[in-house]
Design a protein around this ligand. Structure first.
Ligand SMILES: Nc1ncnc2c1ncn2[C@@H]1O[C@H](COP(=O)(O)OP(=O)(O)OP(=O)(O)O)[C@@H](O)[C@H]1O
Length: 485
C-alpha cells in the first residue's frame, strides 16, 4: 500500500492533488480510505470540469514527467494503481461527455422539434422555446389576458384547467364570440382566422387549425405552452387556446389594421407615410430581436414576410406566426424548404441550414418592400440589385407615393441597412440587434429634424405675428394722427 502511495505521491508531485496523497500516508488506517476516495473525487472533478480536458491533460503530463523515474524504482503496484486512476479519470470524462451530449440532444429534440399538422400534413416544426425558460409573463404585459380570464372564470370555470398560463376556452364560448364562426378575417395555411368579440367587448383573433389533424392533444398543449411563454409588444401574442370537440384553436390578440402586405399592395388602402414605415421597420426589428436575443432559448421565425406583419389600431407593427410549423415551399415538386418564395435566404436554399441570419435576410427584403412597395415575388431583388449600382440608386426605386414626401437621406440610410441584411454571406449580415440600433438612429434623426423644423416654423410664425402687431400699432397711430389733424 505504501509502495503505491509513494508512487502516487511521485506521480502527482507538483500537482494540486499532492496534499491528498501526503494525507493518505499520514492518516490513520480508518481515515485513509476516506481520503483516498476524496482524492479520486477531486481527480474526477478536475477531469470533468470545464475545460474538460484540463484535468486529464494535467494528469497525463504528470504521468509522463514522473513515470520514467518511478518505473526505475520498480514500483509495480504503484504503476498499476496509477493506470487504474488514469483509467478512472478517462472513463469519467467519457461518461460525462456522453451524458452531456445525450442531454443536449434530448433537449434539442424534445424542445425544438414537435410534430404539428398543417392543413392535414404532418410535418415537424422548429421550436426554440423551452419549457424551462426563464421568460415570465405577468398581468401587466397582458391586460387582455386578465379580462379574458375573469370572463372565463364566470363562464366555464371547470374547463379552465390548463397546461399553461394561457387560458383555455371552450368550443361553446368561441362559437358564441365568433357568432357561430361567421366573422372570418382571412384564411391562412393553418386554416381560417375569425374575429371574436368577448362579452367584455375585448376583441381577439381565433385561428382554427384544420380539423384533419393527427396532432395529438398533448402535442398541441405543448405547442401552446411554448408559444404562450413568448410575449412582446411587437409580437402578435397568443392569449388563449381551445381544445374541444375535436377542434384545436389558437387565440391571438386582435390587430385591427390588417397586414403590411395589404397596406402596401392593396388598392384602396391608406398610404403609409415615411414616418409610419420607419416605425414599422423599427417595431418589426424589435419583435425579431426578442425572438432571437430575448427568448431563452432563441426562436427562429422562419417565415418573415409582409403578410406576417400585422398592424394594430395605432399602426404599430407586430410579428405574427412565430413558432408555428411552416409549410414546405411548393413549386410543383417538394422542395424541402420552408418559408415563402421571395423571402428565403439563398444560403438556406443551398445548404438547407436555417439560421438567425436567414431571418435577417427576410427582414432585409421587408425593409425594401417598405421603401419601394414592390412585392418580392415581382422581381423586387432585380430592382434592388440595379439600384445598388450607384449610391443614390435607391431614389429611382422609391415608392412613388413617397416621392417628395420623405427625406431621401433617411431612405438611403435605411436602404444601406437592408443591403447589409441581404449580404450573400450570412456571416457578414448584421445581427438583428445591430439592425434595430441602426434603424433606431435613423428614426431619432428623423424626429430631431422634424422638431427643429417645427421649432423654426414656430419661430418664423411668432416673428410674423410680431410684425403684424407692430404694423397694426403703426396703422392705428397714423389713423389717430390724421383724425387729430
Ligand atoms: N391576430 C390577428 N388579428 C387580425 N387579423 C389576423 C390576425 N391573425 C391573422 N389575421 C388575418 O387572418 C388572415 C390569415 O392569417 P394567417 O396568419 O392564418 O395566414 P397568413 O399569414 O396570411 O398565411 P400563412 O399561414 O400562409 O403564413 C390574414 O389575412 C390576417 O390578416
Amino acid at each position: 500500500m505504501f509502495c503505491s502511495i509513494d508512487f502516487l505521491r511521485g506521480l502527482l508531485r507538483g500537482s494540486v492533488l499532492q496534499p491528498y496523497v501526503s494525507l493518505i500516508k499520514s492518516s490513520p488506517p480508518p481515515s485513509r480510505l476516506r481520503v483516498f476516495c476524496l482524492l479520486l473525487h477531486r481527480m474526477r472533478i478536475l477531469c470533468v470540469l470545464s475545460p474538460l480536458k484540463v484535468g486529464f491533460l494535467h494528469l497525463s503530463l504528470l504521468v509522463s514527467r514522473n513515470t520514467g523515474m518511478l518505473l526505475k524504482r520498480s514500483h509495480f503496484h504503484g504503476v498499476a494503481l496509477g493506470i487504474l486512476i488514469a483509467s478512472c479519470a478517462f472513463i469519467a470524462i467519457r461518461w460525462y461527455r456522453s451524458r452531456f451530449h445525450l442531454q443536449r440532444y434530448a433537449d434539442e429534440n424534445s424542445i425544438t422539434t414537435l410534430p404539428i399538422r398543417t392543413n392535414g400534413i404532418n410535418t415537424s416544426i422548429d421550436y426554440s422555446a423551452s419549457l424551462s425558460s426563464s421568460i415570465t409573463t405577468n398581468g401587466l404585459q397582458h391586460p387582455a389576458k386578465n379580462v379574458q380570464q375573469s370572463w372565463w372564470n364566470q363562464h366555464s370555470k371547470d374547463l379552465f384547467a390548463s397546461a399553461s398560463s394561457i387560458p383555455r376556452y371552450s368550443y361553446k364560448d368561441i362559437q358564441k364570440s365568433t357568432q357561430n364562426f361567421t366573422t372570418i378575417l382571412g384564411q391562412g395555411s393553418f386554416g381560417p382566422v375569425y374575429k371574436a368579440t368577448l362579452p367584455t367587448n375585448d376583441v381577439l383573433a381565433v385561428k382554427v387549425l384544420a380539423s384533419n389533424s393527427r396532432q395529438g392533444e398533448k402535442e398541441f398543449q405543448t405547442e401552446v405552452l411554448l408559444l404562450g411563454r413568448l410575449h412582446h409588444r411587437n409580437l402578435v401574442n397568443l392569449v388563449g387556446y381551445c381544445v374541444d370537440k375535436g377542434q384545436h384553436m389558437l387565440i391571438y390578440e386582435y390587430t385591427s389594421n390588417g397586414s403590411l402586405e395589404n397596406l402596401l399592395y392593396c388598392e384602396g388602402e391608406r398610404v403609409l407615410s415615411w414616418e409610419e414605415r420607419l416605425q414599422i421597420a423599427l417595431d418589426v426589428s424589435h419583435g425579431i430581436e426578442y425572438l432571437h436575443e430575448g427568448a431563452v432559448p432563441s426562436v427562429l421565425h422562419r417565415d418573415l414576410k409582409s403578410a406576417n406583419i400585422l398592424l394594430d389600431q395605432s399602426m404599430r407593427a407586430k410579428v405574427a406566426d412565430f413558432g408555428l410549423s411552416k409549410e414546405e415551399v411548393f413549386d410543383g415538386r417538394k422542395s424541402g424548404l420552408k418559408g415563402t418564395y421571395g423571402y428565403i435566404d439563398p444560403e438556406y436554399m443551398s445548404t438547407n441550414r436555417f439560421t438567425k441570419k436567414s431571418d435577417v435576410y427576410s427582414f432585409g427584403i421587408i425593409i425594401f418592400e417598405l421603401i419601394t412597395a414592390i412585392h418580392p415575388q415581382q422581381n423586387l431583388m432585380e430592382y434592388v440589385n440595379l439600384a445598388a449600382m450607384n449610391s443614390d440608386g435607391v431614389d429611382e426605386i422609391l415608392d412613388k407615393q413617397l416621392v417628395g414626401r420623405c427625406n431621401l437621406k433617411e431612405v438611403r440610410l435605411l436602404a444601406s441597412i437592408a443591403y447589409r441584411c441581404l449580404h450573400k454571406s450570412p456571416r457578414k449580415r448584421p445581427s438583428i440587434g445591430d439592425v434595430s440600433q441602426a434603424i433606431s438612429k435613423i428614426r431619432k434623426r428623423h424626429l430631431t429634424k422634424e422638431e427643429t423644423m417645427t421649432m423654426s416654423f414656430t419661430g418664423d410664425l411668432s416673428k410674423v405675428v410680431k410684425q403684424i402687431e407692430h404694423q397694426q400699432v403703426e396703422l392705428s397711430n397714423i389713423i389717430s394722427t390724421r383724425e387729430s389733424v
